[in-house]
Design a protein around this ligand. Structure first.
Ligand code: FAD
Length: 472
């Protein structure tokens, strides 16, 4: 017999944005037995806000991307808790490896042409984003500024591709599906809406209805969260029950919502699920990708950049790049940008991604800092002191994430799969949704973001709300 909202038991695997969104919606709709099982010792997953310098640092999600049709922005727009940053990256300088700063007018022209060379709604694209961009960029150069220094244009294009790859989360743009890129729906408005001095964790507190006076509380989710609980197996039993096994306990529930990252699914699916997942799901898990994007926060006594200098994108001159690749600092090729951040007057933020990001995660702090100081000396005409403190992320190394955010690949196109296969639930008898999947990578239109993760959590909560619309 079908249970009702008050009696059915639901386990949510993972307490990131998706898990918290699912759990809070269920609690608000009369479900009484909802339990989040979270492997880490904190709630939030890839939303990780910690004290740093003058207030906080977001090790994962930092900005709400867009204002229209963005569920995060919709939730906070009347609360006076967020501020748009404006077109910040437009002011970041392009600096060559001989310390030459590209004149801003030319830099903006390059930028405008590169943006105009990206696939957009009016230009359906087959294959990968990288080929499309490169082909169209060089055509634009030929058309608009044929006399420009081609070496400089090539250096810019490399740097632009690296920056875009870090936005996409990919190793390079040649893996990115042009079709997937177009199916991603960018929310209109400022792409860098920030959380002032509170960080993205404020969104979680709003979801959980936690007061800012008691930020460590769990609000709606009090008593519903087990931290440090790694789920080792999700076993579908005959009928409708699901057995959830952790390292130290095991229990039966009626439904599981699994929100673990795509990287965790890729690595652990053979042991995590019994019986094995259906072929369509496995195809999606193997075809989509979770990229590596890491952040490095440097704290100084006073800001080391000159007042009018926001930051820089490194442009490698070919001969310097060849030398770099032979040196112990080779991973620096993966640094995509270095800049100031809003509300943190003494902090510099650097980004490293892709294959070089994964290599950088393996360095010791001393090796890492030595390379960074070398990079600053190579590119900047002013002196960068040693930071007072620095902190870096290792999202790929962490076995509870195994990467940063997901992207749609050309392999997924070839294998005719995508987030929709990842999202589809596994049913028990009589169409009972036994095992459901949420998490950012299951979002067809907003993958890789917090708003995509939250929407996915709500999608699966709504599935259960509808399933239990009539209790008997
Ligand atoms: C460096 C970086 C910058 C980013 N910047 C932005 C940004 O500015 N704006 C934006 O919108 N998005 C950004 N993102 C992406 C955003 O953070 C994610 O899309 C979103 O937070 C994912 O939420 P989720 O709930 O799907 O997954 P997660 O947050 O990964 O939650 C899944 C949870 O499952 C737990 N888990 C894993 N395995 C197990 C297990 N076996 N048992 C129990 N628990 C388990 C994990 O510990 C994790 O807490 C960024 C991400 C990174 C890494």
């Amino acid at each position: 017999m079908k249970k009702c909202r008050a009696s059915c038991r639901i386990a949510i695997i993972g307490g990131g944005a998706s898990g918290v969104a699912a759990a809070t919606r269920l609690m608000e709709n009369g479900f009484c037995h909802v339990q989040i099982l979270e492997a880490e010792d904190y709630i939030g997953g890839r939303i990780r806000t910690i004290p740093f310098a003058d207030n906080v640092a977001d090790l994962g999600a930092q900005w709400c991307h867009g204002m229209k049709n963005n569920c995060v922005y919709d939730m906070v727009k009347n609360l006076d808790v967020v501020t748009p940053t404006g077109d910040f990256f437009n002011d970041v300088a392009m600096v060559r490896s001989n310390k030459e700063v590209v004149p801003s007018e030319l830099g903006h022209k390059f930028h405008e042409m590169a943006f105009g060379s990206m696939p957009n709604d009016t230009t359906p694209v087959v294959g990968c984003m990288g080929s499309y961009l490169v082909e169209h960029f060089w055509k634009e150069i030929e058309k608009q500024i044929p006399d420009v220094d081609r070496e400089l244009a090539a250096e810019f294009l490399e740097s632009f591709q690296k920056h875009e790859s870090s936005i996409e989360g990919s190793d390079n743009l040649f893996e990115i599906s042009g079709r997937g890129h177009l199916e991603y729906e960018e929310c209109e408005g400022d792409q860098l809406v920030h959380w002032r001095t509170k960080g993205y964790a404020r969104f979680l507190r709003l979801l959980m209805k936690v007061s800012e006076d008691e930020p460590s509380q769990l609000g709606l989710l009090n008593g519903c969260v087990k931290l440090g609980k790694k789920v080792t197996q999700i076993q579908l039993l005959p009928g409708r029950k699901v057995q959830v096994k952790c390292e130290d306990e095991s229990f039966k529930v009626d439904h599981v919502i699994c929100t673990v990252s795509l990287g965790v699914l890729q690595k652990d699916m053979d042991t995590l699920f019994s019986p094995p997942l259906p072929p369509a799901k496995v195809n999606a898990i193997r075809s989509l990708r979770l990229g590596t994007v890491d952040k490095i926060f440097f704290e100084y006594d006073t800001h080391p950049f000159p007042n009018n200098f926001v930051g820089f994108f490194p442009l490698w001159i070919e001969k310097d790049l060849k030398e770099l690749r032979k040196s112990k600092h080779a991973w620096l090729e993966g640094i995509t940008g270095i800049h100031k951040i809003t509300c943190q007057p003494r902090v510099v933020l650097a980004w490293v991604g892709g294959v070089h990001g994964r290599k950088a995660e393996l360095l010791t702090d001393a090796e890492f800092l030595e390379s960074m100081q070398w990079l600053f000396r190579k590119f900047l005409s002013f002196e960068m002191p040693e930071p007072k403190r620095f902190m870096r992320t290792k999202w790929h190394q962490n076995s509870n994430f195994r990467g940063s955010y997901s992207y749609r690949t050309t392999t997924a196109d070839e294998n005719n799969t995508g987030p929709w296969d990842l999202a589809s639930p596994i049913m028990g008898e009589e169409n009972h949704p036994s095992l459901m999947f949420a998490g950012e990578a299951t979002s067809r239109t907003h993958f890789s973001t917090v708003h995509g993760a939250a929407e996915a959590g709500w999608r699966e909560a709504d599935r259960l709300i509808e399933y239990y619309a009539i209790c008997n």
